[in-house]
Design a protein around this ligand. Structure first.
Ligand code: GDP
Ligand code: MN
Ligand code: MN
Length: 252
């Protein structure tokens, strides 16, 4: 294999993560990092390590949570945890679609009831960009290597069935490879193409992780190269026609 071929390796043998665990240290015990590697970490384990979880027995649902829960046959305490994590809702029904304070839009605010014990739920990190920066700095401190980091989550999408991994936070690389102005094989100048590279890498990492009891919450990519672009991955509310359409359904 040429040295430039991309390599993808799941990080195996990590324990069940608990609040207070030093996740970067646990990963560095299992991976010999090289400069430029991209480390993808499932948001679920990042959040468990940081104690970003809630016990539903300590959540008291309000009136809105009770109402949404009754329509959706959900646990009102779970719905309250989702409302608490949301800056705004685009839909209440047939599923709760939340806008998070960090700009991410996701079903049930990305609050997870899987891969955690008992009645606890896992929240997304409130500032996932800062989370990725912090993991990157810790890896650099422990290993001396300049590693890029993506915090991933499994997320549904519009138009198609099935969930894929997406990047909720990243550090050390631009989210988007901006191809505008490049020429194609026939000399046409690309006008539109902005490739969301962090999401593509997150999706493949998510495939390697699996969704249930695989126990692989981190994946390392080697030889991905670098790209230039920008981090403006979220449409502004004005640009986002799907968001506007959902808002108008919700109001009608
Ligand atoms: P999410 O996509 O960020 O919501 O995370 P998932 O719950 O889908 O988990 C992704 C991967 O991490 C799966 O392989 C899980 O089995 C694994 N995983 C989740 N929690 C832990 C943990 O505490 N320890 C280990 N070793 N793996 C975990
Ligand atoms: Mn999740
Ligand atoms: Mn997942």
């Amino acid at each position: 294999m040429k040295s430039a071929e991309i390599q993808v390796v799941g990080v195996r043998g990590l324990p069940l993560i608990r609040a207070g665990d030093d996740l970067p240290a646990l990963i560095c015990e299992r991976v010999a990092f090289e400069d430029g590697d991209i480390l993808c970490i499932a948001s679920s384990v990042y959040s468990k390590a940081k104690g970003l979880t809630r016990d539903l027995s300590s959540v008291t649902p309000g009136e809105r949570a009770e109402r949404i829960a009754a329509n959706a046959h959900e646990d009102p305490r779970f719905v309250q945890a989702v409302l608490d994590a949301s800056a705004d809702l685009l839909l209440e029904h047939p599923f709760i679609l939340s806008v998070l304070p960090c700009g991410h839009i996701g079903v049930r605010a990305g609050v997870d009831h899987s891969n955690i014990e008992g009645d606890r739920v896992i929240l997304l990190p409130p500032d996932p960009m800062a989370a990725a920066d912090e993991v990157r700095a810790s890896i650099r401190e422990i290993s001396g290597k300049d590693v890029r980091v993506i915090i991933t989550d499994t997320c549904g999408r519009s138009f198609r069935r099935g969930q894929t991994g997406i990047a909720v936070g990243w550090s050390g690389m631009p989210a988007i490879n901006d191809y505008r102005g490049d020429t194609d094989l026939f000399g046409h100048v690309l006008q539109i193409t902005e490739e969301a590279v962090v999401d593509e890498i997150a999706a493949f990492a998510n495939f390697v992780m699996g969704e249930s009891d695989q126990g692989v919450p981190a994946v390392v990519f080697r030889n991905c190269g670098t790209w230039e672009g920008h981090d403006t991955i979220y449409f502004t509310p004005d640009e986002d026609i799907v968001r506007s359409a959902l808002k108008s359904i919700e109001k009608s």
